[in-house]
Design a protein. Structure first.
Length: 342
C-alpha cells in the first residue's frame, strides 16, 4: 500500500509538471484560482453521485449473483465492490487485480465454486463495457454533427470504440468456447509449473481448474438462457453509468462552465475504456489527468477550465474512492478480528 501511494504521488507530480509545461506559472495560478471558485453545493453532489453509482454497480453484480443462485447479501456485494476498486487503484494491474479480489472474497464467504462467481463478474464487465461503448458511439455522433471536432478527436474515438468492441467480442467468445478457455487455462498451468520448477502439485491444480471452468461455463449458460432475467442488471448498470457521467457534469456546473453532455460522455467513455488497460500505473495518475485535460481542450474547453475540471473530477473518482475503499478493507479486517462475518 505504501508503494502504491508513493506511485500515486509521483504520478500527481508528473501531472503538475505537465500543467507547468503547457500553462506556465500563470497557467497554474489561473487553475488554482478557478478551483477556488468551485461551488461547494454542486461539488458535494458529485460525491453523492459517485456513491450512488457504486451502489447501482453493486446492485448489478448482486442481481447477477442471485440469478446464478449464489447466496450473498447486498451488503457483501457493496463492500466487495469498494474493495475491488481500492485494489484496482493501488495495484498496477487495473481491471484484473480488483476482479480477482472480488472473486476471491465472494467465493470464500459464500462457499460456492469460484467459477460461478467469475461468471457473474465477467458478465458484469461485459455489460458495463457494452453500455459505455453505446454511450460513446451515440454521443460521438451527436457531437460530430453539431460541433465538427478536429480529425484527431475522431481518430481517437474510432480507435477507442474499436478496441472496446473487440474486447467485448473476445470476452464473449471466451465465455462460450469451452475448448478455447480450457487450452488457455492449461497453458497458464504449464507456464506456472515451469516457473515453479516442480514445486506445484499439478494434478491437484488441474483438477481444481477443471472444476472451476465447469462451474464458470454453467454460470454463463444460465445467464445466456435467461435473457429476461438480465433486465434488472441492465437497468441497474445504466443507472450506475448515468450517475458516473453526472459526476463529470456536476464538476463543470460547480465551476460555472457550460459544456455539452455529449462532450462529457465522450471524455468519460474514453477514460473509462483506457482504465481497463493494465498500464502498470497505480490509478493511472498522471496519465489519466493528461488524457482528460487534453481531450477537454481538443473538444473546445479552455485549458485552464479543462485542467481545473480534471483535478476536481479525479478527487471524486480516484482519491475519494481510495479513502472509502481503504475504510472497507479496514472494516473487513476489524470484523474478522471480532469473529464476525463479512
Amino acid at each position: 500500500m505504501k508503494r502504491g501511494i508513493l506511485f500515486l504521488l509521483i504520478g500527481l507530480s508528473i501531472f503538475l509538471v505537465y500543467l507547468y509545461f503547457f500553462g506556465g506559472k500563470t497557467g497554474i495560478a489561473d487553475i488554482a484560482a478557478k478551483l477556488q471558485t468551485a461551488n461547494l453545493s454542486y461539488y458535494s453532489l458529485a460525491f453523492i453521485s459517485i456513491i450512488l453509482s457504486m451502489l447501482f454497480s453493486s446492485l448489478t453484480w448482486h442481481r447477477l449473483l442471485n440469478i446464478l443462485s449464489i447466496r450473498a447479501t447486498f451488503r457483501k456485494a457493496f463492500l466487495y465492490v469498494w474493495i475491488g476498486t481500492f485494489v484496482d487503484l493501488l495495484i498496477p494491474m487495473e481491471s484484473v487485480s480488483g476482479e480477482v479480489s472480488k472473486a476471491y472474497l465472494m467465493s470464500k464467504n459464500s462457499n460456492v465454486n469460484s467459477g460461478k462467481v467469475v461468471a457473474s463478474i465477467l458478465s458484469h464487465r461485459i455489460l458495463s463495457m457494452t453500455i459505455t461503448l453505446g454511450g460513446l458511439i451515440i454521443s460521438s455522433v451527436f457531437f460530430v454533427l453539431k460541433y465538427n471536432p478536429p480529425e484527431l478527436i475522431l481518430y481517437f474515438i474510432i480507435t477507442i470504440a474499436s478496441c472496446t468492441a473487440l474486447s467485448i467480442v473476445l470476452l464473449g467468445y471466451l465465455s462460450v468456447r469451452k475448448q478455447t478457455t480450457r487450452k488457455i487455462v492449461n497453458w497458464v498451468i504449464n507456464l506456472a509449473a515451469r516457473i515453479s520448477r516442480g514445486r506445484l502439485e499439478l494434478t491437484s491444480l488441474r483438477s481444481k481448474a477443471q472444476k472451476m471452468l465447469k462451474a464458470f461455463h454453467q454460470g454463463i449458460g444460465i445467464l445466456t438462457r435467461n435473457p429476461k432475467a438480465l433486465a434488472g442488471p441492465v437497468v441497474f448498470s445504466i443507472a450506475s453509468w448515468s450517475l458516473h457521467v453526472l459526476v463529470y457534469l456536476l464538476v463543470f456546473t460547480s465551476i460555472g462552465f457550460e459544456i455539452s453532455l455529449s462532450a462529457i460522455i465522450i471524455v468519460y467513455s474514453i477514460t473509462v475504456s483506457l482504465q481497463t488497460i493494465p498500464l502498470g500505473i497505480p490509478g493511472e495518475v498522471g496519465f489519466m489527468e493528461f488524457i482528460m485535460t487534453t481531450l477537454y481542450t481538443l473538444l473546445g474547453v479552455p485549458f485552464v477550465v479543462s485542467a481545473a475540471a480534471t483535478v476536481l473530477t479525479r478527487v471524486v473518482t480516484l482519491w475519494f474512492k481510495i479513502i472509502i475503499g481503504y475504510a472497507a478493507v479496514q472494516w473487513i479486517g476489524i470484523n474478522v478480528l471480532m469473529g464476525g462475518t463479512q
